[in-house]
Design a protein around this ligand. Structure first.
Ligand code: GAL
Length: 414
């Protein structure tokens, strides 16, 4: 009996000693592999190491994260989830419902996340009231980027309507410039599509179509016009667009081969990493129309065993929402901080424009989640829309057929 008690005491002592000496470890799955993305995630690796953490990198190339999400599924199914995963929007809730996410409320409460994050962002990070993800940034999706010299040489200013965009693109094409740098990957088609949709449907129409999945809006004349504009855009891309990575499309704008790119502000990260200056070398403007499509990157922690892994998750969560990381990371990434209390003094003019538009959109109800970047809908519904968008862009499907297919695909996915 005595021996048993002693044994129990030393077991407790061992566990306590183990906790005190836990060495934070994290295997981090993410899709940040372009030049500026890698530079950005390196900021987190550095802070993690400086705080005693050991980082195992699991980058899965592929913009937009589709390949990363397939890799995640395979890992979780084989019972070997990574400790921390770049995950966002409703996908966080979907994984939570699978019962595989760790609760990071103790860190969130100790760090006062509730006081420094806007309610709209905090809402995505909570699962049934507890904190299940840590936000990194706010990316805006509905941007047009342009090569300043190319526009000037052709007497063109940033378009403020789609008609102006089409006229500018036709003029550039006649002058031998590729009007629109685009990569033919489903998520990039979806990115351009939702930017066009915001402009043509307006904020309320966008919400009805891509948040509420309202059938009347999905099959409306305005949606037909969105597909018409996509058909026009298809005429403005070069023949080598299929499969091109987004950052290579950005490089085409940078080197003057192409005039415009419609892409989230991770594209700005690439311009800045190459030493290009906003307002001088490249221009930024929101796409024609009102509103702001947000895309918040975040990390979720998966339920894993081991004191070291759990210590790693806590340290990562704490650093991610920390002020210093939110500043340095976002300066590299092209986004703005998720925290409301981080000064934007060191940020460029595009970031200031984005922050101003975001505040105005929040006030007038036109701050909207990006469907193309997994903020508005669950995977099945977002995927159903993107399949139709891509099929239309890469064929001669009529706009009328596209809206019918859109409504049918969504109905099938519910
Ligand atoms: C987005 C992600 C961004 C950026 C982009 C291209 O979905 O939110 O951070 O990485 O994909 O990879």
């Amino acid at each position: 009996m005595k021996k048993l008690e002693l044994g129990a005491v030393s077991a407790i002592a061992l566990v306590t000693a183990g906790m005190a000496t836990a060495e934070p470890k994290a295997e981090v799955l993410h899709w940040w592999t372009s030049g500026s993305e890698a530079k950005s995630v390196a900021v987190l690796q550095k802070e993690f190491a400086e705080n005693g953490g050991t980082w195992t990198d699991m980058p899965v190339a592929g913009g937009g994260g589709d390949a990363a999400m397939s890799a995640l599924r395979a890992r979780v199914l084989s019972g070997n989830a990574p400790t921390a995963v770049q995950l966002k929007g409703p996908a966080i809730q979907e994984w939570y419902e699978e019962g595989v996410l760790a609760d990071i409320s103790s860190v969130a409460e100790a760090e006062g996340w509730g006081d420094v994050l806007p309610a709209s962002i905090a809402g995505h990070m909570k699962c049934e009231g507890s904190w299940c993800a840590a936000p990194v940034n706010v990316h805006r999706v509905d941007w047009i980027w342009a090569n300043a010299d190319v526009l000037e040489a052709n007497g063109i200013t940033m378009p403020t309507t789609w008609d102006e965009f089409n006229a500018a693109a036709a003029k550039l094409q006649a002058a031998g410039v590729i009007p629109l740098a685009h990569g033919g990957q489903a998520w990039q088609d979806a990115t351009v599509f939702e930017a066009v949709a915001l402009g043509i449907l307006g904020a309320e129409g966008f919400r009805k179509a891509f948040v509420e999945l309202d059938e009347a809006t999905l099959t409306s004349d305005a949606m037909v016009a969105v597909f018409d504009q996509m058909r026009t855009m298809r005429g403005f891309v070069d023949p080598n667009f299929p499969g091109r990575d987004w950052n290579l499309a950005t490089a085409m704008v940078m080197n003057g081969e192409a005039a415009f790119q419609i892409m989230g502000d991770w594209a700005k990260g690439e311009f800045l990493a190459a030493g290009a200056k906003p307002g001088e070398d490249f221009l930024c403007a929101s796409v024609p129309g009102d509103g702001f499509l947000y895309n918040v990157d975040s990390f979720a922690m998966f339920d894993v065993d081991g004191e070291d892994n759990q210590a790693g998750q806590e340290l990562l969560a704490k650093l991610i929402v920390g002020e210093s990381f939110q500043t340095v990371f976002n300066l590299n990434k092209g986004s703005i901080p998720a925290r409301v209390d981080v000064a934007l003094d060191d940020f460029d003019s595009c970031a200031h424009l984005g922050a101003k538009d975001m505040a105005a959109s929040a006030d007038n109800g036109s701050l909207l989640p990006s469907y193309a970047h997994g903020m508005a809908l669950r995977g099945a519904q977002a995927g159903a829309i993107t399949d139709v968008v891509t099929a239309h862009f890469n064929s001669d499907m009529s706009s009328a057929d596209a809206v019918q297919q859109l409504a049918a695909a969504i109905a099938n996915s519910l």
